[in-house]
Design a protein around this ligand. Structure first.
Ligand code: HEC
Length: 96
């Protein structure tokens, strides 16, 4: 019985840590997004026809990485680290 209980405690702790990390990712992704992307892609990543920027809600880290390393529009984003890109993707994933 004791073993089962501590197993549950460990599982609960892991879940908690996991969601904490994700919340942190989302918060820092939002900061990066607002600072470096919102000007063209819109406050809610809804896209801005005037800037010819498409909506980028829900884009994956891979898609973002590819865009910022290949498209000339994203020269200013080249300095983003893989961690920045991951948290950007986490943030974009929360937008509907
Ligand atoms: C100077 C304006 C500008 C800024 C700033 C900008 N983008 Fe873009 N983005 C564009 C344009 C324009 C496109 C359309 C494709 C192209 O012209 O390269 C695009 C396309 C994309 C795409 C591909 C979308 C698709 O459906 O193919 C992604 C992903 C993307 N941007 C992510 C980002 C992220 C993340 C940032 C912030 C780090 C950012 N962009 C900042 C202008 C911008």
């Amino acid at each position: 019985m004791k073993k089962v209980l501590s197993g549950i405690a460990i599982l609960a702790a892991l879940c908690f840590a996991g969601s904490l990390v994700r919340a942190q990712d989302v918060a820092s992704g939002e900061k990066t997004y607002k600072a470096k992307c919102a000007g063209c892609h819109g406050q809610e990543a809804e896209g801005k026809p005037a800037m010819k920027a498409p909506p980028i809600k829900g884009k994956s880290a891979d898609e973002i990485q590819k865009q910022i390393s290949t498209s000339p529009k994203h020269a200013a984003a080249k300095s983003l680290t893989p961690d920045d890109v991951k948290s950007l993707a986490a943030y974009l994933g929360t937008l509907k």
